[in-house]
Design a protein around this ligand. Structure first.
Ligand code: FAD
Length: 450
């Protein structure tokens, strides 16, 4: 079934936003009072706070605490329709975006302005076959699959009779020494040593071996070397084994293989039933379709280079914001997406009010970056300001709570953090043997092999 969704009640400009992540949500919010028909399209129903996905994956926070329904967030934007669907193609001349519904049928969204904030997906650098055994962490589904895999690994180890059989289940390999890799590696050790340590009888969860694998010379390369050194010391202290200067050259159901970057004969195979992939991102497929329709090239990681006002060269009616935008080497972080979304929304609002296309260059205000390393230990870097240890951890907590969408999520997260700090327990650990999801995916018991 194919149809055109008539969102226009009368002749007002039509703005279509693809993606309800940081970029898309902030664009929609900026357009709240504008005399236009706004449509926000996302392939999920909720805005996801990606910076805390790893806490959801390790059973600390629930998926409800790190997501907010887009309809709810935009309930007061009376000019805004929210649709669940996947943007697939664009007709740049006719100015029509085509999307697919969950049942495979399609619909058209005509636009006068288009804002694309579709984000990135995990990249396996030409080895998509690794994805089967090494899930990435970009969506809530990814986080829940990882959680199931982690909990299942400890449960499997508990019921196996020999240490030799248990070892691969208690070995966790994380690829990628950027913030996501460091955070998830630290959290797995924390789960093992602070939450599960008193609950098992046959195994000692604290024996869980966590390998952090990266091709670079140091972890957290986007941070100042001093901060990265602090992070390394903390990782060593909590028992994460860091392997630097190596590439992953194979991943299968039971192991991961690495090869030294400098000596190709230096190959290591680690028996590990849990491999998690955070080593690289690339633009989602729709960005390729968009670039082709607009006749522009994709640059590093599939991003689209924009004009200084965030519009696409030759297409002043199309804006690209967030992780998929390439401008002045701005990093793929939440703050760039939020400010970019707000800027695109403002350009559109001002153009509609003025009756002609207003163009103002985007000026990014760098508010810094933060990374959680372990309990009471995080890094914050904002210009000349550098914090680590306890001070960094407190600042990290304040920053994350401030940007988490919705009062309920903020309160729930603070209560959960406080309870976990006081008691060590993590309650988000429910998995079921024979759970259809577990049986269907390669992440757990009953997975198809071959
Ligand atoms: C695990 C993790 C931890 C992170 N930690 C931090 C951090 O601590 N600090 C920080 O600043 N940044 C962090 N980031 C980066 C930050 O989350 C991103 O920079 C930010 O989310 C980018 O926003 P965006 O709007 O460009 O894309 P996203 O937030 O990824 O949103 C893209 C949206 O587009 C939707 N979409 C994709 N394709 C389509 C399609 N074809 N049709 C319809 N909808 C589509 C998706 O469903 C999604 O909702 C982290 C990212 C991850 C994955």
């Amino acid at each position: 079934m194919h149809g055109t969704i008539e969102v226009m009640k009368h002749a007002r400009p039509r703005v279509v936003i693809v993606g309800g992540g940081f970029g898309g949500l902030y664009a929609a919010r900026r357009l709240k009072k504008v005399d236009a028909d706004v449509t926000l399209l996302d392939r999920g129903t909720s805005h996801v706070f990606q910076p805390l996905l790893y806490q959801c994956a390790t059973g600390l926070l629930s998926e409800g605490e790190i997501t907010s329904p887009l309809r709810h967030l935009l309930r007061r934007n009376k000019n805004t329709h929210v649709f669940l669907g996947e943007a697939t193609t664009v007709d740049a001349d006719a100015r029509i975006l085509t999307a697919t519904r969950a049942d495979g049928s399609t619909f058209d969204l005509p636009y006068d302005y288009l804002v694309v904030a579709a984000g990135m997906q995990q990249s396996y650098h030409g080895h998509d076959e690794y994805a089967r055994w090494a899930p990435g962490m970009k969506t809530v589904d990814d986080a829940l699959a990882i959680r199931r895999k982690l909990i299942n690994a400890f449960e499997m180890a508990e019921s196996l009779p020999t240490a030799e059989e248990r070892r691969p289940w208690l070995t966790f390999a994380v690829t990628g020494g950027g913030p996501t890799g460091v955070e998830i590696a630290g959290q797995i050790r924390e789960l093992a040593t602070n939450a599960l340590d008193k609950e098992f009888r046959s195994i000692d969860p604290a024996e869980a071996r966590v390998l952090l694998i990266d091709g670079g010379d140091r972890v957290l390369e986007s941070f100042n070397p001093k901060l990265s050194g602090h992070a390394q010391k903390t990782l060593d202290k909590v028992g994460v084994e860091t392997h630097l200067g190596v590439h992953v050259t194979d991943v299968c159901e039971t192991s991961i293989q690495t090869t030294s970057k400098t000596d190709k004969t230096d190959v290591e195979v680690y028996e590990a039933r849990t491999v998690l992939w955070t080593a690289g991102v690339e633009a989602v497929p729709f960005v390729g379709a968009l670039a082709q329709a607009l006749g522009v090239e994709q640059v590093g990681g599939g991003r689209i280079t924009t004009e200084p006002d965030l519009s696409v060269p030759g297409h002043p009616e199309v804006f690209v914001v967030g992780d998929i935008m390439s401008l002045n080497k701005l990093a793929g972080v939440a703050e760039v997406a939020m400010q970019g979304g707000r800027h695109a929304g403002a350009q559109i609002a001002e153009s509609i009010a003025a009756g002609y296309r207003v163009s103002t260059p985007f000026k990014y205000r760098d508010l810094g970056t933060a990374a959680y390393i372990a309990r009471r230990n995080a890094l914050v870097q904002a210009g000349p300001l550098k914090m680590w240890g306890f001070a960094g951890w407190v600042s990290w907590g304040v920053i994350h709570i401030a940007f988490l969408a919705g009062f309920r999520n903020r309160t729930g997260t603070v209560i959960n953090w406080a309870a976990t700090l006081a008691s060590g327990t993590r309650r988000e650990r429910a998995i079921t043997f024979g759970d259809p999801e577990t049986a269907r995916t390669p992440y757990g018991i009953g997975a198809e092999t071959g």
